[in-house]
Write a protein that binds this ligand. Structure first.
Ligand code: SAH
Length: 296
């Protein structure tokens, strides 16, 4: 795993302060023999929940995913065992059964075990599978939800995941099926049924996904956005159209979340981060060119 940042590492007092705050709010504590499956949010450490922070400071063993921000791990006790269960440097990630087995074994030894995942553990994160393994092994556990890339990542690009004027529904999808191909969706139903589509793990197959949606009737000039490294210092947003999506996605960095729908236009008016960092001028009427407004 990449080296932990060693500037201003949290101290023993910092961990105690976290614990005092947790007591103040009567929050549950990560107990011996328990596993917490916790979300770390999309990247910005500030988007991890307080329960996640407190669990990091308390855990004996932390099994962490590649998408978890390393700076959060700096909060761990110096003697904590940190296991990198993510893909890094082209090496394959450990098999799911191996990870679940580790959680069970450490908990059975009476250790406080934290399973840290990017975003929300129950959103395209296999948190359910790991929790089921704990149930089978009769290990007590808690789920700590996190801010998922499909909502939090969009918010950092100034794109509301729902907006009354553009979409009163949204669908979250993965672009990557179990066999490495695009999943076998009913593309006509998805294209017609959901005004906004948010795709995880879809960068590679973005062109194919766009083609299916266009085939199923979505306009070729429908707005789309690719947000890479959302909520991190190197976040980038590319605004494009469904017709151009595949080409633009190939140049995008990962991790990347893809959103397709009229709500993407709102970025022109709500990209608060671009405004703060680069002085971008926010458009007070970002939906003026929306097909919804002009055909309604
Ligand atoms: N459990 C995670 C998702 C894991 S699947 C969650 O709730 O967010 C991994 C996919 O999540 C990536 O392929 C990407 O589509 C998305 N993702 C996670 N973090 C991201 C980030 N910081 N920026 C953009 N996309 C991200």
């Amino acid at each position: 795993m990449s080296p932990l940042p060693d500037v201003d590492r949290p101290s023993m007092e910092d961990r105690l302060a976290l614990r005092r705050l947790a007591e103040l709010f009567s929050l549950p504590r990560l107990e011996r023999g328990w596993v917490w499956l916790a979300g770390a949010g999309p990247g910005d450490p500030g988007l991890a929940s307080f329960l996640t922070f407190a669990a990091i400071a308390e855990a004996d063993v932390i099994v962490s995913d590649a998408l978890v921000n390393d700076s959060l791990l700096a909060l761990a006790r110096p003697e904590a065992k940190i296991i990198d269960a993510g893909k890094r440097g082209g090496k394959p990630s450990p098999k799911q059964a191996v990870i679940s087995g580790q959680l069970v074994n450490y908990a059975r030894k009476g250790l406080r075990v934290l399973r840290l995942k990017g975003g929300d553990p129950f959103v395209f994160g296999r948190g359910g599978e790991e929790a089921q393994a704990l149930v089978r092994a009769k290990i007590p556990f808690r789920i700590v939800p996190g801010i998922t890339a499909g909502t939090g990542g969009l918010a950092y690009a100034g794109i509301p995941v729902t907006h009354r004027e553009t979409n009163q529904a949204v669908t979250f999808l993965t672009g990557y099926g179990a066999d490495g191909k695009i999943p076998d969706f009913r593309w006509d139903a998805i294209a017609q049924g959901s005004p906004t589509l948010v795709f995880y793990m879809a960068r590679k197959h973005a062109g194919e996904i766009a083609a299916r949606l266009i085939d199923a009737g979505r306009p070729i000039d429908e707005p789309a956005a690719i947000i890479s490294n959302a909520s991190l210092a190197d976040q980038t947003t590319q605004l494009t159209t469904l017709g151009e999506l595949g080409r633009v996605a190939l140049e995008a960095q990962t991790p990347a979340i893809i959103v397709i729908g009229e709500n993407v236009r709102l970025a022109a008016g709500l990209d608060w981060l671009g405004a703060a960092l680069h002085g971008r001028v926010l458009d007070p009427d970002p939906l003026k060119n929306s097909t919804l407004r002009n055909t309604g």
